[in-house]
Design a protein around this ligand. Structure first.
Ligand SMILES: [Zn+2]
Length: 458
């Protein structure tokens, strides 16, 4: 829903007016995102992804040195942080020197939000955005026109690996609410004609509407679908249940904004009959990683350096990101709250940038053990839920968890045994497990389906 117009007027307007408003808003967004820097960067990025290991290292070292110096000289937050920790910034010359710098947490960013802006820029000239975490209040992020263009170029470079271009027609599954909640007949979607994009209202995906939605998808051509995997997964599960098929298929499905759990990926690609790829990014633009044709996440080394810090008792690494594309609000050694599993060998695609096999979830995907310990990485248990339509781990008391499951055909004792075993591998045997079979799992207020919810009081 456009923020600039009164919702009341918007929702009462006829569909063609609503489409015009979306198109107008799309025109404004496109002017910001696809400015002249964008096309220059996109071409550069397409070439740079084939750089050698040595070229990448030299380039990253040069940028690390630059951003640390720039942050110390112009950003009050970093000057204070480095002075307090006795850091001599002139000694930070390469990615291997980063370990001498303190880690920046989300809490620090929230508290020192205004001290994080570089004095080299006028605040009024910057582009304002918000973080979109599923937990906690959003934080304001500032970007320059150049960094926003480079972020969008990074995202489109990812799509270009799968033959997609900026002109391609696409369907978006996201947070916008394009259709009044009370509307109970088609169309449950609105169009931005300028960007060749249609927004599907994710709040209207249900048993009652699924047939209309699939009829629409079969009546029109899309090059790709994009957006939140948990929502595409809900639509795919409803289609399978109602035995509805997609005949008019897009070339690819591109997901982002949340973890694409293997259970989501297999159902989405099976039901839509289309391969799925994803990229990992964030509003802060502290870093970005994009999958290649072989399904591995490559560090987008042109804009960032990704460190993976080992976590005790887990194969996952805590991701610490340093970005240098956004000079007005730099993030240096930022603990973003996500974790990933590094790829030890080279990726067969031929790109020599650092790789992760998977982004396994958020540090917030934890449960609490009876002794008060937080056990992270619990979303990875759900990989093993082969016959669950939807699944979630819910906890409201330490020492107890509930698996909430919307079963798919074939779900049975074997699945329960596997989930129990995988859960106990990670969390031990002291936690009592129960299984609740249900026909619906509630989404968060932002419309996402959370994999793990722990409401144990601290
Ligand atoms: Zn690769």
């Amino acid at each position: 829903m456009p923020d600039t117009l009164s919702e009341k007027i918007y929702y009462k307007a006829p569909v063609f007016v609503q489409n015009s408003i979306f198109t107008l808003q799309g025109w404004k967004l496109a002017r910001k995102r696809y400015n002249p820097f964008f096309y220059k960067y996109l071409e550069q990025l397409k070439r740079m992804q084939w750089w050698s290991d040595e070229q990448i290292k030299l380039y990253q070292d040069k940028n690390i040195m630059m951003i640390v110096r720039h942050a110390y000289d112009t950003v009050p937050f970093y000057r204070q942080l480095y002075d307090d920790n006795g850091v001599d910034v002139s000694r930070i010359k390469s990615t291997s020197d980063l370990k001498h710098l303190p880690v920046v947490t989300k809490k620090m960013v929230k508290e020192k939000n205004h001290d994080m802006i570089s004095s080299a820029f006028k605040k009024g000239s910057l582009i304002k955005g918000l973080t979109s975490g599923t937990t906690g209040a959003p934080v304001t992020i500032y970007q320059t026109a150049e960094s926003l263009a480079s972020q969008w170029a990074t995202w489109w470079r990812h799509k270009s690996r799968f033959g997609l271009t900026i002109m391609d027609r696409h369907l978006t599954f996201g947070s916008k609410i394009p259709v009044d909640q009370s509307q109970s007949r088609t169309p449950y979607w609105r169009s931005d004609f300028l960007n060749n994009r249609v927004y599907l209202s994710i709040y209207h995906i249900s048993k009652q509407t699924v047939e209309d939605i699939v009829d629409y998808l079969n009546s029109t051509n899309f090059d790709f679908f994009t957006g939140w995997p948990s929502i595409m997964y809900v639509l795919a599960a409803l289609m399978e249940e109602s035995k509805l098929r997609l005949y008019n298929r897009p070339k690819y499905i591109v997901t982002g904004s949340e973890v694409l759990l293997p259970a989501y990926e297999s159902l989405i690609s099976r039901v839509f009959g289309v391969p799925v790829t994803e990229q990992y990014g964030m509003a802060e633009f502290a870093g970005n990683m994009s999958k290649c044709e072989h399904g591995n996440f490559h560090e987008d080394f042109e804009c960032c350096f990704v460190e993976g810090l080992p976590i005790d008792g887990s194969d996952c690494h805590n991701l610490i990101l340093t970005g240098w594309a956004n000079l007005c609000m730099p993030f240096i050694r930022y603990e973003v709250g996500d974790y990933g599993t590094p790829l030890e060998q080279c990726c067969p695609c031929g790109r020599e940038s650092k790789c992760f096999v998977s982004i396994d979830g958020r540090l917030e995907d934890f449960i609490v053990a009876p002794d008060g310990r937080k056990i992270i990485g619990m979303a990875s248990v759900l990989k093993h839920a082969k016959n669950a339509g939807q699944i979630q781990i819910y906890q409201n008391a330490a020492g107890k968890v509930e698996f909430r499951i919307v079963p798919a055909p074939g779900f049975g004792e074997d699945d329960i045994e596997t989930l129990t075993r995988e859960f106990q591998k990670r969390a031990g045997r002291e936690i009592e497990i129960s299984f609740k079979i249900t026909d619906k799992i509630e989404k968060t207020s932002s419309g996402k389906l959370k994999a793990v919810i722990s409401e144990v009081p601290e």
